[in-house]
Design a protein around this ligand. Structure first.
Ligand SMILES: Cc1cc2nc3c(=O)[nH]c(=O)nc-3n(C[C@H](O)[C@H](O)[C@H](O)COP(=O)(O)OP(=O)(O)OC[C@H]3O[C@@H](n4cnc5c(N)ncnc54)[C@H](O)[C@@H]3O)c2cc1C
Length: 392
């Protein structure tokens, strides 16, 4: 990619690099790794990005976007990931915000968008329910009109970071007539409302990011309805396309794969390099090629979005390939950790391959199993491609 950068692009890259090097401090990096300080640290980081005007590159300029070209977006993301800087939290910035600026009314735009930019509200996503995941349209959480309020009853599950959230965007059932996709509405609910209970769910990596959220006679003002009542399925699908595109995570995969290669090229254990193992070498090369192909597809979608288009069924393709590659890289990282296990840290210039790497590899391998499930499972994405692209 480098070869096609114009002098302006290169100047932009220097500006981005200088900003990241100065603003993303070691202290911030340490605090982001600590569960107890995570929320405060990520909010601090997002505010620094917002002060620079760079927190929402994908938004239209009139709402606070950057107006960058696809190449600039690519440069920004590459510089971010090459430094191991986490992405911004998607629920507000990349998920509900596009729904609000596309389908919301002026009052909703003025009320919510500036607060999302400034990270004043933490959002979470209330789509899945205990009985409705892949078959999302079967959802049962009910919202009944009572004067100028909806009264919401039901439960959402797998709600990421609900424990931190000020707001939840929810799909709720407002009618049971007709097809199940009809009668769903898109409601913004204040998480501090009476009648909401958040129950934690711990995942296999011993981490708490998931929750169940119960709604017991929660009163929600009608002005928090997005668009028209019973038409929420349309808005919900638009949001999912944005979510799935983001899940591809090409820049982060490039960084992770580069790290795996670098470590596997080390000569330890009597000069035996893991990268010389033919099986490992083949796996590594296969993934590098697949990742390069994914990167070009990702750039094509980016370019489409930058010129005013919305991501369509390509987002399903990006989601499938992106998450399969992430899991393949996590498996290689486990092979690296296993190969070098037992090597004394001093032989390795510190603890690069010691506990830190092994622990991080195990964590991301275990949590990474979820990537082919969340955002709509990969099997469901294949069904979408079969229908929308292949016309089957
Ligand atoms: C880590 C994590 C974070 C999440 N965060 C959120 C969140 O913040 N908010 C939110 O709303 N949801 C969230 N989810 C939920 C996620 O969207 C659902 O898990 C997902 O849509 C699958 O639904 P399910 O778990 O009910 O599985 P099911 O729908 O029960 O599926 C079980 C299996 O059957 C397969 N299957 C089902 N139907 C079909 C079919 N028609 N054809 C072929 N195969 C099929 C699936 O692919 C899957 O392998 C999260 C999930 C995870 C794992």
């Amino acid at each position: 990619m480098d070869t096609s950068f114009s002098p302006q692009d290169l100047a932009f890259r220097d500006e981005v690099a200088a900003f990241f090097d100065e603003a993303f401090t070691d202290d911030l990096r340490d605090r982001l790794k600590d569960n107890k300080q995570f929320k405060e640290a990520i909010v601090e980081w997002q505010r620094k990005l917002n002060d620079k005007g760079w927190v929402a590159p994908n938004w239209p300029v009139e709402h606070g976007g950057t107006g960058w070209s696809p190449t600039q977006m690519y440069i920004f993301d590459s510089e971010r990931s090459s430094r191991g800087i986490p992405n911004t939290i998607p629920f507000g910035l990349s998920m509900v915000a596009p729904v609000i600026y596309t389908f919301g009314n002026d009052e909703q735009k003025q009320r919510f968008l500036p607060r999302i930019l400034k990270s004043e509200d933490w959002w979470c996503q209330g789509y899945s329910e205990p009985g409705s995941g892949s078959d999302l349209a079967s959802l049962k959480t009910k919202a009944e009109l009572d004067g100028d309020h909806y009264v919401v009853n039901g439960a959402k599950i797998w709600t990421t970071y609900a424990q931190y959230a000020d707001w939840i965007f929810c799909l709720v059932r407002t009618s049971t007539e007709g097809k199940k996709q009809h009668g769903i509405s898109f409601l913004l609910i204040d998480m501090h409302s009476e009648g909401i209970k958040v129950n934690p769910i711990e995942t296999i990596d011993s981490h708490h990011s998931l929750n169940e959220v119960e709604f017991n006679n929660v009163r929600v003002p009608v002005e928090n309805l997005i668009g028209e009542q019973d038409k929420g399925w349309t808005y919900a699908k638009a949001l999912l396309a944005h979510e799935r595109t983001g899940i591809a995570g090409v820049a982060d995969s490039k960084r992770a794969l580069g790290e795996v290669r670098k470590l596997a090229e080390r000569e330890v254990n009597g000069g035996k390099r893991l990268v010389d193992d033919p099986l490992f070498q083949k796996r590594l090369s296969d993934i590098e090629i697949e990742l390069m192909a994914l990167e070009y597809t990702d750039l094509r979608v980016l370019s489409q979005v930058a010129t005013g288009g919305a991501p369509g069924a390509e987002s399903s393709l990006l989601k499938i390939k992106g998450t399969e590659i992430q899991q393949a890289i996590q498996t290689l990282a486990m092979m690296v950790a296993a190969h070098y296990q037992g090597v004394l840290p001093t032989e390795l210039d510190g603890d690069v391959l010691g506990n830190d790497f092994g622990m991080a590899a195990r964590r991301s391998y275990m949590y990474g199993r979820a990537a082919t499930v969340y955002g709509g499972s990969n099997e469901i994405q294949k069904n979408i491609i079969a229908k929308a692209v292949l016309g089957l």
